[in-house]
Design a protein around this ligand. Structure first.
Ligand code: UDP
Ligand code: MG
Length: 317
């Protein structure tokens, strides 16, 4: 069989009801492209018939592959495992619950063919609860502010990546991550398009409130140390304000005399020290943050191309 040109990557966790209709819609779309393709499912430790159904499908669909996880490692790890085994020039990610219409895939692939290396998406008329939409807004705005990235919709997983970006992602060894943000750090020429969005077709969301909060911590702490830096700044500010207050009380003492038996002076001194303590914690955080970045072992920089060499000698980064 030819080497796949497009790889479609789909994480699935307890999605038994969605798989047959998903594949029924996805296959004709992929066949219509006329290019060789592969569909890689990761079964993320499902406890229903997801794995059995997928294994059954591999018997009749030669393009279908299944990665079987040993337990539930989460959506993003499921996608990473499929990335590592993907071969396509273009890699598309998609949810298994039919919230992302497979019919959009050719539009995404076309953007990659135009020369973009990451195609992000914005969900048109998003079909989720008000709470989820509102929470996403807050996350999108704060993440963009903290990381300096510009993405309109971090949560939409219907995305397309060029092989080069996938190769870079495959070099990362971090244990917690958020794939759209990680891809964005390697993107040289990203773009965004609007895509349709539907309600989950079967079953319920696999994200409880707790899992959702944990996921967003991965996003915030995985891509920025700004939260730590803010902590240190807060300490400096507290100390400055407290010193100002102390000076004010001192001057006041000489002019009018001591206030309620010096209680507020005590407060001023106390706040000054609290400020120092908070600053100290923040400072420790700075170091922890840097160690954390180091331990994640992301590539320090990425050489896209080299120019002016006689023969393409080995280039070490
Ligand atoms: N998913 C997964 N492992 C998990 C949670 C979710 O593989 O631990 C998959 C799930 O099967 C689906 C996708 O990730 O294909 C998105 O999950 P879901 O639709 O529940 O999230 P929501 O749309 O509510 O954000
Ligand atoms: Mg969903």
């Amino acid at each position: 069989m030819d080497k796949p040109y497009i790889s479609v990557v789909i994480p699935a966790y307890n999605e038994e009801g969605n798989l047959p209709p998903l594949v029924d819609r996805l296959l004709p779309v992929m066949r219509a492209t006329g290019k060789p393709f592969e569909i890689i499912f990761t079964d993320d430790g499902s406890r229903d018939r997801t794995l059995a159904i997928l294994k059954g499908m591999t018997k009749t669909i030669p393009e279908l592959r299944v990665i079987e996880f040993n337990g539930n490692f989460g959506q993003h790890m499921a996608i990473l495992a499929a990335f590592e085994r993907s071969q396509g020039e273009i890699v598309i990610t998609l949810d298994a619950d039919l919230q992302n219409p497979p019919e959009e895939i050719p539009r995404l692939a076309a953007e990659i063919e135009k020369g973009h290396d990451v195609v992000g998406t914005i969900r048109q008329k998003r079909q989720d609860t008000l709470f989820r939409k509102w929470a996403s807004k807050v996350v999108n705005i704060t993440t963009n502010k903290m990381t300096g990235m510009k993405m309109s919709d971090y949560g939409c997983m219907l995305r397309a990546y060029h092989r080069d970006v996938i190769d870079n992602i495959n070099h990362c060894q971090e244990t917690t991550t958020f794939i759209p943000a990680l891809a964005q750090t390697f993107a040289a020429n990203p773009t965004e398009i609007q895509v349709g969005h539907a309600e989950r077709s079967e079953g319920e969301s696999k994200y409880s409130l707790y899992k959702l909060i944990r996921l967003n911590f991965d996003l915030m702490t995985g891509f920025s140390v700004v939260p730590l830096q803010l902590f240190a700044l807060m300490g400096i500010l507290t100390s400055l304000v407290a010193s100002g207050f102390g000076i004010f009380l001192l001057v006041r003492r000489f002019i009018i005399g001591a206030e309620v038996e010096g209680v507020f002076t005590l407060f001023a001194i106390l706040f000054f020290f609290i400020g120092i303590v908070i600053f100290g914690i923040g400072l420790v955080g700075e170091y922890v943050g840097r160690i954390y970045q180091e331990v994640r072992k992301r590539p320090r920089y990425v050489v896209r191309r080299v120019h002016g060499y006689q023969k393409e000698a080995e280039v070490k980064g």
